[in-house]
Ligand binder design. Structure first.
Ligand code: DX5
Ligand code: ZN
Length: 219
């Protein structure tokens, strides 16, 4: 099983038992997806630096931090300091995405850029050479348990071919509505890090859910 394929998203975990929830996926996945929401760019509010800092002390999982926040440039340094490994911001939230990607790299972190399903996919192309991770949102950001949006697969495929064309080895990730029915479609289109919240933490056996998703993706 490829433990680099599925990134469990703690958004659907029981926050009252957060570290226990993380332990339940730790043997099966190297990546942990952390959704930061500010109530501005998206209407929901989740966690921020203090929670990530606390979790960092207890696990060596790769922290794949997804910032759904306005003015991300104000905060990337703080998220770097609390131990995020990948810092991904939304292209819609930055006036100068290239500069921000470069700044994240200068902080010694992997730089990620995310795109909302309503934003034309070509908008992200100029920034691909500066990204270590590209996150295609396959739902409207803000909440878990939504359905994988039609059209996402074509968007993944478009970015895959553009990454291949420029010779980039950035990780192509997809976020939203990934489950045993959609994982293969996203993988076949070229996604290589599948974020899954409700499909993992909504399942009775979280570890098994991660394994099942990886198996389904590779089918
Ligand atoms: C939504 C978040 C996702 C969320 C996905 O805005 O970015 O990471 O956890 O949840 P599912 O997998 O349930 O669609
Ligand atoms: Zn996310």
């Amino acid at each position: 099983m490829n433990s680099d394929l599925i990134a469990p998203s703690i958004l659907s975990a029981d926050f009252g038992y957060l570290m226990d929830e993380i332990r339940s996926v730790e043997p099966y996945s190297r990546y942990l997806h952390l959704d930061v929401m500010d109530g501005h760019y998206v209407s929901n509010i989740t966690i921020g630096m203090p929670v990530i800092k606390a979790l960092r002390k207890h696990t060596d999982m790769i922290f794949d931090c997804h910032l759904m926040i306005a003015e991300p440039e104000r905060y990337v340094k703080s998220f770097a300091e609390v131990g995020c490994d990948y810092i991904t911001f939304h292209i819609e939230c930055s006036d100068d995405p290239r500069a921000l990607l470069e700044e994240i790299r200068k902080l010694g972190k992997k730089a990620g850029i995310a795109i909302h399903p309503d934003t034309p996919i070509e908008k992200i192309y100029p920034y691909l050479p500066f990204a270590d991770l590209v996150l295609i949102m396959s739902v409207r950001p803000g909440f878990g348990s939504q359905s994988y949006m039609e059209g996402s697969t074509d968007r993944i495929a478009s970015v895959r071919s553009e990454l291949d064309r420029i010779g980039s080895d950035a990780i192509l990730s997809v976020d939203g509505g990934i489950n045993v029915n959609t994982a293969a479609e996203a993988y076949r289109a070229g996604a290589r890090l599948l974020v899954a919240g409700s499909a993992v933490f909504g399942a009775e056996d979280h570890g098994k859910a991660v394994r099942d998703l990886a198996i389904c993706a590779l089918q």
